[in-house]
Design a protein around this ligand. Structure first.
Ligand code: FE2
Length: 224
């Protein structure tokens, strides 16, 4: 992705999040120059170590509006770093209308995906085969806001604002917004994008960036 495209996505995301009445921590708007000073102090080691903050991805496919997602990790813990024993994570996700987050599951993370505002959130679900490489033909159940819902393989759940679904580890899911963009909440156990994601079709988690202008804000893997 071009940095100019990422900057423009970030400006739009910040405005959309604010319009939904959700306030981000002040460091969401730190410039790269401000980060240089703040990180040198050591006071923000947690933000850097846990990859908190902005995350814009086209999953390496080069067509953000078709396949992509904008995320902001508000909080997280670590399974390997005893300095950060928090067992939970929270993210905001923005899905544009028709923009697909590709099919994946998590080995360990259990997550509630919540439609906070905007359009209808479509969530397509399958169980994974025992080795994880295939979509299972088994039916299963999920919890939609505490209500047990039967799922046939590939069922598309349509969640309106206020509704959420609990995804157990090993459940393949792909999702997109319908009608208009969605502000999505994610409340989960610890998030580890480096080791815990299994994409059905292998793909990059983070974009390759072409630096055609200065970065507005750091992405979560750029504090180093
Ligand atoms: Fe997920």
């Amino acid at each position: 992705m071009k940095r100019s495209e990422i900057n423009s996505i970030l400006r739009g995301a910040e405005a959309f999040i604010a319009s939904a009445g959700f306030n981000l921590p002040a460091w969401a708007r730190f410039s790269p120059e401000r980060w240089r000073t703040e990180l040198a102090s050591g006071d923000y080691d947690e933000v850097r170590a846990l990859a908190l903050g902005w995350d814009v991805t086209d999953y390496g496919q080069g067509d953000f509006l078709k396949v992509g997602l904008t995320l902001f990790t508000v909080r997280n813990g670590s399974l390997s770093d005893p300095r950060y024993p928090k067992g939970y994570a929270e993210k905001l996700l923005i899905s544009e209308a028709g923009q697909v987050c590709p099919c994946h599951f998590h080995f360990n993370k259990r997550e509630d995906i919540i439609n906070r505002a905007g359009g209808t959130l479509c969530m397509q679900l399958w169980k994974s085969s025992p080795g994880g490489e295939a979509l299972s033909e088994e039916s299963f159940t999920v919890s939609v806001d505490g209500k047990r819902v039967a799922c046939t393989p590939g069922l598309i759940l349509r969640l309106v604002p206020g509704e959420s679904v609990t995804l157990e580890p090993g459940v393949y899911h792909a999702f997109w917004a319908e009608g208009e963009r969605c502000l999505i909440g994610e409340v989960s156990s610890v998030n580890d994008d480096e080791n815990d994601n299994r994409f059905y079709v292998p793909q990059a988690r983070f974009p390759t960036i072409e630096e055609d202008e200065a970065a507005l804000w750091h992405l979560c893997n750029e504090y180093k």
